[in-house]
Design a protein around this ligand. Structure first.
Ligand code: SF4
Length: 314
């Protein structure tokens, strides 16, 4: 606050009593964004916090009356609003507002209980992906990265994002809401405990999905034997520590795995889009994890280049 020429406190240009509705909105937006930065977390998304604050009685009353408030009453109203906002963001209501934020932060991992959804055709094979032992994953609870010690079956995510493939946009809705997996049903941003508890329940594995289809179980075992994730990781580790001597080994692995997938798809008439469930993510698709990308030359041969490289196939 500045001083008037007479020494009395003068209102700063940014004093609430001087704001019209437009300035009220602008100042509110600055405040609420700062508050969300402080309060939002992996479990309580910013959009959910904002929704609750902007649906509380104090906000609705102050916003709708702002224009007609006496200038002398605006500071008091603004202060009431700030207090209400802080209170609301610390007391999340047990209510899903369908902001879609939790479905954008990652897709669910499936449990044994979800097997029925697959058997009934509620979740198709081509919407699933297997993350194999050794692959990096991120905890849905604290976002921390870790290496999987056992495979996990997950709903696929949209290309280049962590958004679940079943999330529709505008309005944000789950396209399989009544048949969503266990983890999604337990997910509640106002109470993280039920979702955390699902981590104690048995996870779904490929052996469960393909039980009784011996030929596919053999294919999975053979693929693990010849193209495990660890083999790829070790080859890239050698590449990083050596001077590129084993580049042919890496390219050979990529090529072999590609042929394996092609062979399985042809021989057992399995659509290529179902292979990410049966065999896990392709080696070619995993290469960016190691900071590389594969470029295909005009003659069909493959080249491995660092991801940041400007090199291209032309
Ligand atoms: S399955 Fe539905 S509820 Fe679960 S993450 Fe995907 S969109 Fe969200």
């Amino acid at each position: 606050m500045t001083q008037s020429p007479q020494g009395a406190p003068a209102l700063s240009i940014n004093h609430p009593s001087l704001w019209d509705s437009e300035q009220f909105e602008a100042n509110w937006s600055v405040f609420v964004q700062a508050l969300m930065r402080e309060e939002a977390s992996l479990l309580i998304p910013a959009a959910r916090i904002r929704w609750q604050i902007e649906h509380c009685d104090t906000f609705l009353e102050v916003r709708s009356n702002w224009e007609s408030l006496e200038a002398s009453n605006r500071l008091g109203a603004w202060k009431r609003l700030l207090v209400a906002a802080e209170r609301e963001c610390r007391n999340m209501l047990p209510l899903c507002v369908r902001c879609g934020q939790c479905c954008r932060m990652g897709s669910p991992t499936l449990h044994m209980e979800d097997l029925a959804l697959l058997k009934e055709g509620k979740i198709a094979w081509d919407k699933l992906v297997t993350l194999r032992a050794g692959e990096p994953a991120r905890s849905p609870f604290d976002g921390k990265p870790f290496l999987l010690t056992e495979e996990r079956i997950k709903v696929a995510e949209k290309k280049g994002s962590s958004e679940c493939v079943f999330l529709l946009t505008e309005p944000y809705q789950c396209s399989i809401y009544s048949d969503r997996p266990l983890q999604c049903r337990a997910q509640a941003c106002w109470d993280p405990l039920p979702a955390r508890d699902t981590a104690e329940l048995p996870f779904l594995l490929r052996n469960h999905i393909f039980e009784g289809i011996d030929v596919l179980l053999e294919v999975i075992a053979e693929h693990e034997n010849r193209c495990s994730f660890q083999m790829l990781a070790q080859a890239f580790e050698k590449l990083a520590t050596g001077k590129g001597e084993n580049i042919e080994e890496v390219l050979g692995l990529l090529s072999y795995e590609e042929h394996f997938r092609h062979f399985v798809s042809e021989k057992f008439t399995i659509a290529p889009q179902n292979l990410d469930l049966l065999l896990g993510r392709s080696f070619a698709g995993l290469v960016p994890l190691f900071g590389f990308k594969v470029l295909e030359e005009r003659d069909g041969s493959k080249r491995l280049v660092p991801e940041a490289s400007e090199a291209n196939a032309d």
